[in-house]
Design a protein around this ligand. Structure first.
Ligand code: G3P
Ligand code: MG
Length: 257
């Protein structure tokens, strides 16, 4: 199998191919694979019975017809719900998947998985241990990258799995973020596209040698300049578009030789 990870700028599907299928569902991840994304990004929260499930918000309000916190529902209860059926009529029966279900589903494709630990509002007890155990059980340690807005969670992952690939996720501007990441032995930084555009941060980031993966890159102009600049990855809801832009650029470069 071709090692997609060795190629230039990678395309990671944000919550799966979430422009086309209900976010963070098996359907959105399968679509990302078929659109030839190099990776998928997903968000993990814990159920009342302590199961890591893949859903972005702390509540189920936005993506299901019920309300309440993920942490107050058991997995069995969550499994009765349908995700975003009204907004995506082509997918009338998507479910909230467990992390294990997603890893099992994408494993054979060779795709990379960015697990975002959603510990910014609730710091779910033992979430880092539970997630690391599942990754190990699914034999996906070498194709998983952990990120979080909660940088303590990232350091916890490093304690549990010292060889794990990690990245700091952030949406505000952090002073000397590259030194901070290097000094705390984190492999990458995941900045927001809107802050990268505010000043010339990108140059500093790329020069640092850290993995620089920018989110959420949905605008084609942004895709173009970030791929041109050589960021490690763009994290996008439209993996098909980013893959095409990268391909066009490669073709142009070949034609110019
Ligand atoms: O991991 C990148 C991005 O997903 C972070 O923001 O809110 O979409 O999880 P959010
Ligand atoms: Mg996320």
């Amino acid at each position: 199998m071709e090692d997609r990870y060795e190629m230039k700028t990678k395309v990671w599907a944000h919550r799966g191919a979430s422009a086309y299928a209900p976010e963070n569902t098996l359907e959105a991840f399968a679509l990302a694979v078929s659109q030839k994304a190099d990776g998928i990004e997903l968000d993990v929260q814990l159920t009342r019975d302590g199961v890591p499930v893949v859903i972005h918000d702390e509540t189920i309000d936005r993506v299901t017809s019920k309300t309440g916190y993920v942490k107050d529902y058991t997995l069995k209860e969550l499994k009765k719900l349908t995700v975003m059926e009204k907004r995506f009529p082509a997918y009338p029966s998507s479910k909230i998947p467990t992390l294990e279900e997603v890893l099992d589903a994408v494993k054979a494709s060779g795709i990379w998985v960015n697990i975002e630990l959603k510990t910014g509002i609730y710091w779910y007890p033992e979430i880092e241990q539970k997630v690391a155990q599942i990754v190990q059980k699914c034999d996906m340690e070498h194709r998983v990258i952990y990120s979080s807005f909660n940088h303590y969670s990232i350091q916890k992952i490093k304690q549990i799995v010292p060889e794990a690939e990690t990245a700091y996720l952030y949406s505000d501007v952090i002073w000397n973020v590259t030194d901070y990441a290097k000094n705390t032995k984190v492999d990458g930084i995941h900045p927001a596209v809107y802050h990268i555009k505010m000043a010339d941060f990108l140059n500093e980031y790329i020069k640092s040698g850290l993995n620089v993966r920018v989110w959420t890159v949905n605008d084609t102009t942004d895709m173009k300049w970030l791929i041109e600049a050589g960021v490690t990855a763009v994290i996008t809801n439209y993996p098909d578009v980013a893959v095409k832009i990268r391909e066009q650029r490669e073709n142009q470069n070949h034609a110019g030789k």
